[in-house]
Design a protein around this ligand. Structure first.
Ligand code: PLP
Length: 360
């Protein structure tokens, strides 16, 4: 078996220890005589799996008591509609900050349900920075302010949250969930598709302050109402059972490493290794301003499209896959989520050094 170092932006690598446990439990989970895939979601065995997943997530993220954790389907993209349908109902307006394609999609979707206002954007420079947002830019009557915390395509991250006063802050954390500690109490809603840093595709995690539940628009489909899932314990209908089980294994893996403090330390070390190399390289350079750099997604270019393509192709042959950048940025992107071991980043950096030497 030859496993590659997979730098995909998502779906992405899972921790090898988790895959091994899942493989060992594939045919029989515990003494149930069946796979988790085959279990009734109403069985007591499965209830124990989903309960443990929620308890471990609450533990590692320090989720306060007055927040609900929901395990949903539909991806982060469905949250682009669920957030406005459930929250844009008091004054029917919301403020959006446009830091990339996902933030823009969220904004456009919200505009279908009320008055969405784009209060700042970094589109003028291909989203290579995070715009400054001062408190006076925020409408105090907005029902919420939406940000995309880590911009997967462009490789930027909010290092300091915007001051929104009493207006709830809603954040898409699809590509940075569990990458480092986060103060959940600063947010009204956090949401994330699982396939970047948590589990296989098919699960969306929503963490929502309880007072924001129960105010959905009348037109809201039952399945898109947070209240439905909060009251049903994420079991109103069949949840993505197996993906929740894998997510639960990932939560336990993070706990075993030492939690999010430790995870953040490891991620900072990995990212620093790559950024330090890029800063010193004569061939490669990063595309993001230093003060907005993501720990998870690192885009870089040589400035020569042909050389970029040669790099991606040679890297693939050497066992470093999915390094091609998003079409809107070009060049390369290394996504170094939690499951990417430090050895993978070190090996990529030595490969880049060698490529630079050979292509002077
Ligand atoms: C991948 C991604 C999305 C889209 O997620 P889906 O689960 O495919 O809908 C949204 N936002 C961010 C920040 C992402 O990285």
């Amino acid at each position: 078996m030859a496993r590659v170092y997979n730098f995909s932006a998502g779906p992405s690598m899972l921790p090898e220890a988790v895959l091994k446990t899942a493989a060992a439990e594939m045919l029989e989970y515990g003494t149930t005589g069946q796979s988790v895939m085959e279990m009734s979601h109403r069985s007591k065995e499965y209830q124990a799996i989903i309960d443990a997943a929620e308890a471990d997530l609450r533990d590692i993220m320090g989720i306060p008591e007055n927040y609900k954790v929901l395990f949903l389907q539909g991806g982060a993209s469905t949250q682009f509609a669920m957030v406005p349908m459930n929250l844009m109902t008091k004054n029917k307006k919301a403020d959006y900050i446009i830091t990339g394609q996902w933030a823009k999609k969220a904004y456009k979707e919200a505009a279908r349900y009320g008055s969405a206002r784009a209060i700042a954007s970094s589109e003028d420079k291909t989203f290579s920075y995070i715009p400054t947002v001062t408190p006076d830019m925020i409408d105090p009557e907005a029902d919420y302010v939406h940000i995309c915390m880590n911009n997967t395509i462009y490789g930027t991250k909010w290092q300091t949250l915007p001051e929104t006063g009493d207006v709830p802050l809603v954040a898409d954390i699809s590509s940075c969930i569990l990458s480092e500690p986060i103060d959940v109490s600063k947010f009204g809603v956090l949401y994330a598709g699982a396939q970047k840093n948590v589990a296989p595709a098919g699960l969306t995690i929503v963490i929502i302050r309880e007072d924001l539940i129960g105010h959905a628009m009348d037109i809201t489909p039952t399945m898109l109402n947070y209240q439905t899932h909060a009251e049903g314990g994420s079991m109103f209908n069949t949840p993505p059972c197996y993906t929740i089980y894998i997510a639960g294994l990932v939560f336990k893996w993070i706990k075993s490493l030492g939690g999010l403090e430790k995870m953040g330390e490891i991620n900072r070390e990995k990212a620093k290794m790559l950024y330090d190399f890029l800063d010193g390289s004569a061939l490669f350079h990063g595309t993001v301003v230093p003060e907005a750099r993501s720990l998870m997604n690192v885009p870089f270019v040589t400035g020569n499209a042909e050389l970029d393509a040669k790099f991606v192709s040679e890297a693939k042959k050497a066992g470093f896959v999915n390094l091609k950048g998003h079409r809107s940025v070009g060049g390369m992107r290394a996504s170094i989520y939690n499951a990417m071991p430090i050895e993978g980043v070190a090996a990529l950096v030595s490969f880049m050094k060698q490529f630079e030497e050979e292509n002077k």
